[in-house]
Write a protein that binds this ligand. Structure first.
Ligand SMILES: Cc1cc2nc3c(=O)[nH]c(=O)nc-3n(C[C@H](O)[C@H](O)[C@H](O)COP(=O)(O)O)c2cc1C
Length: 723
């Protein structure tokens, strides 16, 4: 079994707070802190500067002796390391209604190297203030990248001592930094803020906030069901717990006074535009919403459905705004207005799928004028479409789960292993195989045993903490090893580590000894993933899902399912449609990929544009999202043989596909083939979903004819059922 070493970010600071905080999360065997003192990693040129915290300080903050460790680069950063995101303190304050304000912490850059930021349109981290008749509530605090700007904007918007309640829809170690800063900014003599949050969020807060802050500044109230919190003036806030494996703490809030639903991660998008609202309309945002859904919710369709059932949203009609719209746009806005008015008048929830039947009893409907998510715009003009499409997307994913599932099992203390799991999941969903996402911290042994029994393959991921895998992963592995049938199911191992990475080796060894079949080499990621790491994860997920699909197809054929048949008339006819034979190359950060493409055609004169069809499960697909650049090398007749041979062979995840081919680099950094008869550099303008392919429309930014004598190679086919 080969093991890949995937190198991550070279500078990471972390506070070793684990002894208390992680134990509360079930990481009871975290220890080995003394190992930190010795560490020097020759691999990245990193040295760990390990500084013992003053004993009394450590005890005060973490309840037992602790150390603070920071990894500092002692040599130049390796080229593959991503630059840390630069943050301007840009917090925009905007009124949503007379008494509700949004604080949008804006970043125009890709904030994190996690797949959900792949469209690179920046993001916003939203907090909301509701000024009720008698009390004021703050909903959510942002990521630590925004802490300073957030606190100063909050101070200039309201008097901090007026904040009576802090409602936490989602918490993470990075948001706890902002919660701590808020507590520290409270004026002397201010009464403690009452926090309302789910049980998992409460456990995190109690484990990470200092005893002084817990004593002086906050009182934690755990929301158990669908309780209410009265702010006066009709603002009788209703809580709705909507947990998923990635966000077990997720809590949504409905304010009937303004008909606003605070949806946390649901209906979020990573994009940062001028307005805080979706004023530009559905077409402008659909790709952002869909991409966020694909990355974050399609791996958990059952939980997404449960959340949607708990939130029977009814659109409150609103008069359409025509700013910036003309012709058809105005007609569409009018139509949308009529539809939402009818739905609203009839008190019908949006969409009519089976998903809605339970939970949407009269009187329980959440009549919404707008959805207020944690990231991206407040959804007002596209509310009807977005809610309906969420249900359609969820149903589609549920159908895939019925056919076959791959269990993605992991635990993650700081989010790095979770980011790998998310990327693997995307690779799996690209093939159309369902996912059962399992957070080992919250899944019981019985639940996991039944998931393992019914899945067609699995991956298991773990951080290394104190030289081992944490207890929840160990328990999960025990369940897997016990199931003798699971040995015939393809599997994979992954994990993030700091310097030694024993957890990944241990899991791999246990599975190897148990006779399990690995679908891809173990993925070992040092701290945070880079784009190349994410690409490797995605490709690994795709490989695993393809092998599961092949097995299922074989089984179906063996039991009298669809057999190979001679191409039909239609297929033979379609096979006569040909395109130019080209090589597409793409590069995003340290991730690169290439594919042989024969479905390439010119699509516009002005600007010069082309279309290219890319199969959904193609490795390069994640690098050619809207806005990305790619190169096309047009192959010449009689010259395409070696190139086709190289690019059509099977590749391991992360393997260099252009190995052995001579390339040149354009000014943009993109590679093209040296013996291409022409090359083009293009920008993806839009993507259309067409069954099993994405059709990209791209404009051509530059290009050159290199060989005027040779004609373009064309791939002749016998059937349109294959390339
Ligand atoms: C308390 C603690 C102990 C750790 N022990 C180890 C260790 O023994 N070996 C190692 O390679 N990394 C160790 N690490 C580093 C983590 O594995 C690393 O931060 C990893 O990215 C965490 O993954 P996660 O974000 O999925 O939790 C430790 C980190 C903490 C906080």
């Amino acid at each position: 079994m080969e093991t890949m070493l995937v190198q991550g970010c070279c500078t990471q600071k972390f506070l070793v707070t684990a002894p208390v905080a992680l134990q509360r999360k079930g990481y009871s065997d975290v220890g080995g802190v003394s190992r930190l003192r010795k560490h020097h990693s020759p691999l990245t040129g990193l040295s760990l500067v390990v500084r013992p915290v003053q004993a009394h300080d450590a005890k005060r903050r973490y309840g037992q002796s602790s150390i603070v460790a920071s990894a500092v680069s002692t040599s130049a950063a390796p080229e593959s390391a991503p630059a840390p995101p630069k943050q301007e303190a840009d917090v925009r304050v905007q009124k949503i209604t007379d008494d509700t304000i949004i604080l949008r912490c804006c970043s125009l850059e890709r904030l994190k190297f996690e797949i959900e930021y792949g469209l690179k349109r920046g993001t916003t981290d939203n907090s909301y203030i509701i000024k009720g008749g008698s009390q004021t509530a703050l909903i959510d605090v942002p990521d630590q990248s925004f802490t300073e700007g957030f606190i100063s904007s909050l101070k200039s918007t309201i008097d901090l001592k007026d904040i009576r309640y802090l409602i936490i829809g989602h918490i993470s170690p990075k948001r706890i930094v902002s919660a701590t800063a808020l507590a520290e900014a409270l004026p002397e003599g201010a009464r403690p803020i009452e926090i309302y949050c789910s049980n998992p969020a409460a456990q995190q807060l109690k484990g990470a906030l200092s005893p002084e802050i817990l004593e002086k500044s906050y009182r934690i109230n755990i929301v158990k069901g669908d309780e209410c919190l009265d702010l006066g003036g009709g603002h009788k806030l209703q809580f709705h717990l909507t947990p998923t494996p990635r966000w077990p703490d997720s809590l949504c809030v409905y304010d009937p006074a303004n008909q606003l639903l605070f949806t946390n991660k649901l209906f979020s998008a990573h994009t940062c535009r001028e307005s805080g609202f979706d004023v530009e309309g559905w077409e402008e945002y659909v790709e952002d919403w869909r991409f966020f859904f694909e990355c974050m919710l399609s791996p958990v369709p059952k939980q997404a459905r449960a959340a949607l059932e708990k939130l029977p949203i009814v659109a409150q009609f609103s008069v359409p705004s025509y700013s910036g719209r003309q012709g058809l746009g105005v007609l569409k806005a009018d139509l949308q207005y009529v539809i939402s008015s009818v739905l609203s008048a009839l008190k019908l929830p949006i969409g009519t799928t089976a998903l809605l039947s339970s939970g949407s009893a009269q009187g329980k409907d959440l009549v919404c004028a707008a959805l207020c998510p944690l990231h991206g715009p407040v959804v007002r003009s596209s509310l009807t479409e977005l809610v309906r499409e969420y249900r359609v997307w969820t149903e589609k994913k549920l159908k895939e789960v019925e056919e076959a599932t791959i269990a993605v099992i992991y635990a993650s203390a700081y989010g790095n292993t979770a980011a790998l799991a998310q990327a693997i999941s995307r690779g799996i969903t690209k093939v159309g195989v369902g996912i059962e996402s399992v957070n080992a911290e919250i899944c019981t042994g019985e639940e996991l045993a039944s998931i393992i029994k019914s899945c067609s393959g699995f991956v298991i991921g773990s951080p290394t903490l104190g030289g081992h895998m944490p207890t929840p992963v160990k328990d999960a592995l025990g369940v897997i090893l016990k199931d003798t049938d699971a040995r015939s199911k393809p599997c994979g191992v992954f994990g993030s580590f700091g310097w030694s990475g024993e957890a990944i080796d241990e899991i791999e060894q246990f599975l190897k000894d148990g006779g399990f079949q690995f679908a891809f080499p173990a993925i070992r990621c040092k701290f945070k993933p880079t784009e190349a790491t994410l690409q490797t994860c995605e490709e690994s997920g795709t490989d695993l899902a393809q092998s599961v699909k092949k097995t299922i197809l074989k089984q179906k054929r063996a039991t009298g399912g669809p057999q190979y048949v001679v191409a039909s008339n239609v297929e033979q006819a379609v096979g006569r449609v040909v395109g130019s034979l080209c090589v597409l190359t793409a590069k995003v950060g340290d991730a690169e990929s290439a594919m042989l493409a024969s479905w390439v055609s010119q699509a516009s004169f002005v600007p010069p544009g082309i279309t290219i069809a890319v199969a959904k499960d193609r490795a390069v697909e994640g690098l050619i999202l809207t806005g990305s650049k790619f190169a096309i090398s047009v192959l010449g007749q009689g010259k395409s043989g070696p190139v086709s041979k190289q690019l059509l062979k099977p590749f391991k995840p992360g393997e260099n596909r252009l190995d052995g081919l001579t390339t040149k680099q354009a000014e943009s950094g993109l590679y093209y083939l040296s013996d291409a008869i022409a090359w083009l550099e293009c920008t993806v303008k839009s993507r259309i979903e067409t069954g099993d392919h994405w059709v990209l429309y791209a404009t051509v930014d530059s290009g050159k004819l290199e060989d005027a004598q040779t004609l373009t190679a064309v791939h002749q086919r016998k059937t349109g059922a294959r390339y």
